[in-house]
Design a protein around this ligand. Sequence first.
Ligand code: HAM
Length: 421
Amino acid sequence: MKIPRGTQDILPGDSEKWQLIETKARELCERYQYREIRTPIFEHTDLFQRGVGDTTDIVQKEMYTFTDRGGRSLTLRPEGTAAAVRSFVEHKMFGNPNQPVKLYYIGPMFRYERPQAGRFRQFVQFGVEAMGSADPAIDAEVISLALRLYQELGLKKLKLVINSLGDKISRTAHREALVTHFSPRIGEFCTDCQNRLEKNPMRILDCKADRDHELMRSAPSIIDYLTDDSRNYFNKVTTFLTDMEIEFEVDANLVRGLDYYNHTAFEIMSNAEGFGAITTLCGGGRYNGLVEEIGGPETPGIGFALSVERLIAALEAEGAELPVKEEIDCYLVSLGDEAKDYTVGLLHQLRMAGFSAERDYLDRKIKAQFKAADRVNAKYVAVLGENELKEKKINLKSMADGVQIEVPLESFIEKFKEICR
Ligand code: HAM
C-alpha cells in the first residue's frame, strides 16, 4: 500500500523540525497577541462557495467535497479564513470587549491540485486573522508577523510583494475596464476565462493557462482605478512598513486566487536559488465584507496563511539549519539479569523526576548498549553491573567530557538532579 498522491508522512527526524516551527509560530503569536482558534477539518460546502468564491479555482476544481450519511454536502477545508470568519460570527466574537479579535491557526488544509514540488493535496497552514479593525496599522502588523517568522527561523532571501485591490468603487471601475479590454478577444482565452469575464473578470489576471497572452500584459491595472480613500489607505500601509524598515515591492498585477480580498493584498516569495517553480511562501490580504457575507455584522478583517511545507523547502534551498536538538539526559546500561531488571524502576524514577531517559530492550551486549546510548546522544550514561548492584552504587559517565563518578544507588536521582540541571 502506498500513501495517497500529494500527501506525505512526516517521520521522526523531520517531525522535530515541524514542532520547532510550530513552537516558533505560537511564540510569535503570543508576542503579537494573536490567540489560537481550532475549527473542524470539514465544514458545510456552502461556506467555501460563499466565502472563497464560486469563480475561484479552489471552489471550481480543487475541493474535496463529499456527501455524508445524512445527505449533507461537506468539504475538507481548503483554507482557514472562511472557517475562522464562520466561527467569529457563530460565537458572536464581534461582541467581545477585546477588539480587534486576533486569531491564529495551525492545521491541515486540502486541495485537489496537481502535485509538484511545494504543492501538496494535504498541507499544513499557519495563518492569522484579525477582525474588527480597519486601521492600516493592522495590515502592517500582519505582514510583519509573517516576515518575522521566516526571519527568526533563519530565512534571508525573501521578497515581499504588495498591492491594493481597492474598495468596491475602485473594483467596479476596474471591472468595467477589464471587460472592455478582454471582451473583443475573449474567444482566444480558455473556457474558464470566458466564464470569468461575466462573473469575475479580475480572475482572468490570475489564469495559469492564459498567462502569456498579449492582452494580459496590457490589461488595465487596479492601481489606476483606486479611489482617493483606497489610495490613502494603501499609502498608510506602505508608510508603516517603511517605518518598520520592511522592504517591499508594489506589484499592480498581484490579484490573489481568492475572491474575498480588497484593499491590501500581499505575498512573500523566496528568492533562493534552486527553489522550485512555485516561489510564493505566504499569501494574505484584507477581506472587509467577508464577515457580512457569512452572516455577521459589517466587520473589516485581514490575515495571511503560509504553509509549513513551503517554509521547510525554502529553508532547505537556503541551506538554513533549524536548531533541532536531539539528545536525551540519561541512558541506563546494565549487565546481568538482576541489574537489568533493576533499571526498570530506576528508569521510571528518572522519568518521574522530569528527565528524558532510555534503556536497552533488546538484551544487547554492553558494547551495543553504549552504541545505542551514542545514537540517541545521551548526555550521561549510567552503568549498573552485578558488582555495582551488590555494592548498591551506580557508575555515572558524562559523555561530554568522559568524567565518571560513582553514586550510591539510593541517592542517584537526587545526585542526577544536581549535575544534570
Ligand atoms: P492561499 O494563497 O490560497 O491563501 O494560500 C496561502 C499559502 O498556503 C500559500 O502561499 C502557500 O504557502 C500555501 N499553500 C497553498 N496551497 C498549497 C499547496 N497545495 N501545497 C502547499 N502549500 C500550499 C489562503 O489560503 C488564504 N486563506 C490566506 C489568507 C488568510 N488571507 C487572509 N487571511
